[in-house]
Write a protein that binds this ligand. Structure first.
Ligand code: NDP
Ligand code: BG6
Length: 514
């Protein structure tokens, strides 16, 4: 066995280039995610010659859409949203093998028709195809899709062979612990775990993958990565945009379910977990689960570890924008939070006593996702305690997006005869070092789905471990309704309670860039 077989994370293009002949079926192909992310990702994979040589695409949805119309719409979406310029010759090769199947997600006849389409694609290919089902619909129809894939026999195709069917399931995976357990059971009834790919697109971001490299390929950090040296950790995933046209979905979800339970928890797990035994999918996921299971339950009520808020009218990019309660499809008495800040404690020998803060919200001051590791303030040493020296705690900031990069804040002597110090930044930026046109998360993840690498996908027990932490909080907020809901002006850094959550422990949000 070669090293790359043992470590799929390292296998890279060699593995992807040998991909099986494949048919990707997108459920919800007329939707927003397909238009903005999935179709452009497939196109970009085609540009890089990373799609299998025999590649077929079938869109599926309730609306009857003629093949020609679906192809034209796909080309329009790719022109609008692809990171790279549209090349008709490349799209033509994908388009020739692209079709559309309409039908109800819970209608067995639609799956029989889908089977016929797949058979026609296989006839054109002259060989059997691996089937990769991408479930990109609202979560209300995840269950009928999984059941019908099972009952129609499509899920069971090629079991145990290189052509084993796979299913990529979009988020949110459940809305609480019970529904996640139920959805896992539905998935397990119809697919083996090896066939199931629960997506969290943050794991496909280059900077998030780089976290493993930063931590475990740079041994200088390991001796410092613990409670002796780290004061606290801040994770921010801030968005400038509001709910836009997704109000119908968002109001049933809120910031905590939409962003924290999945994306920011994944960031936390990767930052805080122990070194996995290898880079295999199972070893990495084992460590993430262990970490999630060592997080203490959030305190509710007095001294709560959680703050929620809704954005009010304000300014975004200099323009006046409405408050959440007057956005399209949002009830005027909505009790859905658009901001959530949390304080987690991890009870293990590495992290006991180190607060992990996280926050995410819409209509914040600017779009930024980052992890800041704040080291302890030097208390002794040559310069400590001397008022002439303004010593800042060292800080490592991993900027996930935009302006991807890593910054280390150090103290430096200010040139001159006065004995003065000042914090300075050692900074590495992806765009400067590697150029800016790097693959989008969905490119990496779709490709990994096609080659069956589950390293960057969530395991069933992982999603349940995360829901176990969030469910009591969400239940308590549901019981409270709007009581205790704070507001913040659109374009600000969030509510006063978000600051107080850290202030109570002598900490303050970095409010990136400041
Ligand atoms: P859409 O609301 O655009 O729905 C996708 C498609 O599903 C629609 O085109 C429609 O196709 C069908 N559909 C819509 N509503 C229903 C319904 N009530 N019942 C059955 N089918 C319906 O969703 P998105 O594309 O925005 O999202 C798809 C999935 O991806 C969701 O799970 C979402 O949470 C997740 N996601 C989306 C992101 C985004 O930015 N959009 C980001 C991250 C995750 P038709 O009418 O033809 O059946
Ligand atoms: C999605 C959420 O999972 O992530 C959206 O449903 C959010 O509400 C999006 O806008 C943010 O993703 P990114 O990659 O733009 O940070």
């Amino acid at each position: 066995m070669s090293d790359t077989d043992r470590h799929p994370f390292l296998s890279g293009l060699s593995k992807h280039r040998g991909a099986q002949p494949t048919c990707v079926v997108i459920f919800g192909a007329s939707g927003d995610l397909a238009a903005r992310k999935l179709l452009p990702a497939l196109y970009n994979l085609a540009v890089d010659s990373l799609l299998p040589s025999d590649f077929h695409l079938i869109g599926f949805g309730r609306k009857p859409i003629p093949d020609a119309e679906f192809r034209t719409q796909a080309a329009t979406d790719i022109k609008k949203f692809s990171r790279r310029e549209f090349r008709p010759d490349i799209w033509q090769r994908v388009e020739d093998n692209t079709s559309y199947q309409s039908g109800g997600y819970d209608d067995p006849k639609a799956y029989a028709a889908l089977k016929e389409q797949i058979a026609a694609a296989e006839k054109r290919a002259g060989r059997p195809l691996q089937l990769v089902f991408y479930v990109s619909t609202p979560p209300s129809v995840f269950e009928p899709i999984l059941e019908n894939l099972g009952q129609s026999g499509l899920a069971g195709r090629g079991l145990g062979t290189e052509l084993e069917s796979k299913v990529i399931i979009e988020k949110p995976f459940g809305k609480d612990l019970d529904s996640a357990v139920h959805l896992n059971a539905v998935a397990a009834r119809n697919f083996r775990e090896s066939q199931i790919f629960r997506i969290d697109h943050y794991l496909g971001k280059e900077t998030v993958q780089d976290l493993l490299v930063l931590r475990f390929a740079n041994p200088i950090f390991e001796p410092l990565w613990n409670r002796r040296h780290v004061d606290h950790v801040q994770i921010t995933v801030a968005e400038e945009l509001g709910v836009g046209t997704r109000g119908g979905y968002y109001d049933g979800s809120g910031a905590t379910r939409d962003m924290l339970q999945n994306h920011t928890m994944q960031l936390l797990a990767l930052v805080a977990m122990e070194q996995p035994r290898s880079l295999s999918a199972e070893h990495i996921r084992d460590e993430k689960v262990k970490l999630l299971e060592s997080i203490q339950p959030l305190r509710l009520g007095v001294n709560a570890d959680a703050v929620r808020a809704q954005y009010a009218e304000g300014l975004s990019g200099g323009d006046k924008v409405p408050g959440y309660l007057t956005e399209k499809d949002i009830p005027q008495d909505s009790a859905t939070e658009t901001f959530c800040a949390l304080r987690f404690s991890i009870e293990n020998s590495r992290w006991s006593g180190v607060p992990f803060y996280m926050r995410s919200g819409k209509r914040l001051a600017r779009r930024v996702s980052e992890i800041a590791i704040q080291f302890k303030q030097p208390e002794s040493g040559l310069f400590a305690g001397d008022a002439r020296y303004d010593l800042a705690p060292n800080r490592l900031v991993i900027q996930i997006q935009p302006d991807e990069g890593t910054t280390l804040v150090l103290n430096s002597k200010v040139p001159g005869l006065e004995p003065r110090t000042q914090p300075v930044r050692l900074s590495f930026r992806y765009a400067t070092t590697y150029g800016s046109n790097t693959p989008e998360a969905y490119e990496r993840l779709i490709l990994d789905g096609i080659v069956g690498d589950r390293t960057l996908f969530i395991r069933g027990d992982e999603t349940e471990a995360s829901w176990r932490l969030f469910t009591p909080l969400l239940q308590s907020w549901q019981e409270q309704g709007r009581a205790g809901m704070e507001t913040y002006a659109a374009g600000s850094w969030g509510p006063a309670g978000g600051d107080a959550l850290l202030g109570a422990h002598g900490h303050a949000w970095r409010n990136a860039g400041r």
